[in-house]
Unconditional design. Structure first.
Length: 369
């Protein structure tokens, strides 16, 4: 069986979608007899290791993302690959291309709902635009044979729009890479802070939905006994003495060292659909402070961290203080164990395989009758 993934959310500094697709490509090639292909945008047309890149316009201020303006090359590429099943990772032009090709080839098409664009549009552009986006999401995703949701909160949101073709599929974490063994004793001295200072860390994009301003305002409240490390591309430098900014994209073991060496991982986002970086921090044995919004409460409870109901710097600061007073070694062990026991790529992809094979079998039965 030939599985083809297609998305515009695949760039050198991508976040969760690229994590998912890279892990998926590796797992399917190692554990199944599937033929696997990935179709993504780039600056030129190439094919390497089952990754097919097509030229697309680079988005200004888009963190390396590219947008396919013309549909025809993408439609031709998908048809030429002759997929038995197609999965789409974004809700824009390529989603409609995939649906069109799926219809012409009579193969199932799956949509993975990675980002809560309804809520994002509402928060950025107002309630009227939220209603328009709700209508668009419903119109698009009702056409898929199946819509995958990475968390229960996302599944509930999609079902609230009237979609009945929704299945839950939580992501996984590589607990060999993200592991407490990567805690480094030299990390705090490198930042110029003492071992007695509580190190708070956030890793991610400097985008509106991450609410970085809430983190910097929180540090005004917490004072010098706490230090915040902000890591991510395009992070803005700050004169605050208790904040260090690394404006860079970190991955692999370096990311694991950053996460495992923190005392507390802080996250101010309020519309996470899964929370990759939160799960990875927990796998590294780092307790989490954040807000009880989106999918975050599905990962974080009072056994492994502390969540605030009110979206404010003072509420988050109170969570950090309360968490810092507790036995961090116990929280750390619980955080790591929770991720290791409940979130693995093996479970995630076996779940996907079951859904794929059910869809293909149903399509074949329908064709034969």
């Amino acid at each position: 069986m030939h599985l083809v993934d297609i998305t515009m959310f695949y760039a050198p500094q991508s976040g969760g979608v690229r994590r998912y697709l890279d892990a998926k490509r590796s797992w399917f090639c190692a554990h199944t007899e599937y033929q696997y292909s990935l179709v993504v945008p780039s600056d030129c047309e190439t094919t390497e290791n089952n990754v097919h890149s097509l030229p697309a316009m680079r988005l200004p201020f888009g963190h390396g993302y590219r947008f396919p303006v013309i549909s025809h090359p993408w439609r031709s590429k998908l048809k030429a690959l002759k997929p038995d099943i197609i999965e789409v990772e974004d809700p824009y032009r390529l989603a409609w291309v995939a649906l069109s090709v799926g219809k012409s080839l009579n193969v199932p098409v799956v949509g993975f709902y990675h980002s809560d664009i309804v809520k994002l549009y509402g928060e950025r552009f107002g309630k009227m635009n939220e209603k328009l986006m709700s209508a668009y999401v419903t119109k698009l995703y009702e056409r898929f044979d199946l819509v995958m949701a990475p968390s229960a909160s996302v599944a509930n949101s999609l079902q609230a729009l009237g979609l009945s073709n929704v299945a839950l599929c939580p992501f996984g974490v590589d607990t060999d890479l993200f592991n407490p063994v990567f805690q480094r004793s030299w990390f705090k001295p490198r930042l110029g802070i003492s071992d007695n200072t509580t190190l708070l860390t956030f890793v991610g994009r400097n985008s509106a939905e991450k609410n970085i301003d809430l983190l910097t305002e929180m540090m005004d409240i917490l004072g010098p006994q706490y230090h915040l490390l902000l890591v991510g591309p395009d992070m803005t430098q700050t004169p605050a003495k208790n904040i260090t900014v690394w404006s860079e994209y970190v991955v692999g073991q370096v990311l694991s060292e950053v996460l495992a060496s923190a005392d507390i991982f802080v996250h101010a986002g309020d519309c996470e659909t899964f929370g990759f970086i939160i799960a990875e921090a927990m796998a590294c044995g780092t307790p989490v402070a954040g807000f009880a919004r989106g999918a975050v409460p599905e990962l974080v409870d009072d056994r492994v961290g502390q969540l605030a109901d009110e979206l404010s710097p003072s509420a988050l600061a109170a969570c950090v203080k309360q968490l810092a007073r507790q036995d961090m070694s116990v929280k750390s062990a619980r955080a790591h164990d929770k991720i290791k026991q409940t979130l693995s790529w093996d479970l995630c992809f076996k779940n996907l395989v079951a859904h794929y094979e059910s869809l293909v079998y149903t399509r074949q039965v329908c064709q034969s009758t």
